[in-house]
Design a protein around this ligand. Structure first.
Ligand code: ADP
Length: 242
């Protein structure tokens, strides 16, 4: 069973071609780090796959089907900076939004939905903040709420855009523990990640991206000096020599 298969994908912003000739078939049940320099198209790749930005060419298949038919099976955690945190809503409602794909936009959440949302907040250590306006949460707390929202959705594939940016060490550990749990539960997780030092510790698969796929596969096979330097244009000093 294919979880996410991409063929010949390309995308641009106006005339600036950002992604070209992108092909991959994600290993089901893997925890993949998407790694590449700033501006290499990591966020754009997620957005194009999720139809938040148009593609120029190519095919995107979720579970051998279209996104519209599999939407509830796909969870997305956008970059924290891309969200309007001044929007007047509390943490519990943000998590409940993760369920709306399942309960329908116009239905009032049932008590069991609220219980599930609260459970999910608890799991991320945020139960005490359920009624708190999201604008009043710290960056790390906001990120935990995002994760809680993704968890409550109970998706089979998660796409996350830099969930570890701007969080403290405790939140980073909590998020990584959650991602490992998702993997243990048989879910597939793809995470845009910027810290090369933790790639080997955190991910069993790596996708090296620089506008196209430089290499995708098992971390121990892909995350080599040669491949990383290729992705970063050769300017990177390999940290293991430091
Ligand atoms: P990454 O996530 O790897 O840092 P992005 O996908 O954000 O890379 O960006 C890839 C390229 O596309 C960059 O050159 C960036 O400047 C450009 N880009 C990203 N978003 C936009 C946008 N909304 N409008 C125009 N150009 C954009």
């Amino acid at each position: 069973m294919s979880v996410l298969k991409i063929e010949n994908l390309s995308a641009s912003y106006r005339k600036n071609k950002v992604l070209y000739d992108v092909n991959f078939d994600i290993q089901p049940g893997s925890l993949t780090g998407i790694v590449g320099p700033n501006g290499s198209g990591k966020s754009t790749l997620l957005k194009v796959m999720l139809e938040l930005h148009p593609k120029l060419t190519g095919k995107v298949k979720f579970f051998n089907s279209s996104l519209s038919k599999t939407k509830t099976r796909v969870g997305y955690v956008p970059q924290r900076g891309s969200v309007d945190w001044d929007f007047p809503t509390n943490a519990l409602d943000v998590v409940l939004m993760g369920l709306y794909g399942k309960i329908g936009w116009f239905k009032w959440p049932a008590r069991k939905d609220k219980e599930r949302a609260m459970e999910s907040l608890s799991k991320m250590g945020m139960a005490d903040y359920a009624d708190r306006q999201i604008s009043q949460l710290s960056g790390g707390q906001q990120q935990r709420v995002f994760l809680a929202r993704a968890l409550v959705q109970d998706a089979d594939l998660y796409l996350m855009d830099e969930p570890l940016v701007g969080v403290d060490a405790a939140t980073e550990a909590a998020i990584m523990a959650t991602l490992k749990e998702l993997k243990m539960a048989g879910k597939t997780v793809m995470v845009v990640h910027h810290d090369l030092l933790t790639v080997e510790e955190y991910f069993d698969h790596v996708m090296l991206l620089n506008r196209t796929i430089i290499k995708y596969g098992k971390t121990e096979e892909v995350f080599t000096k040669e491949n990383v330097q290729k992705a970063y244009g050769g300017v990177l000093r390999w940290m293991k020599e430091a």
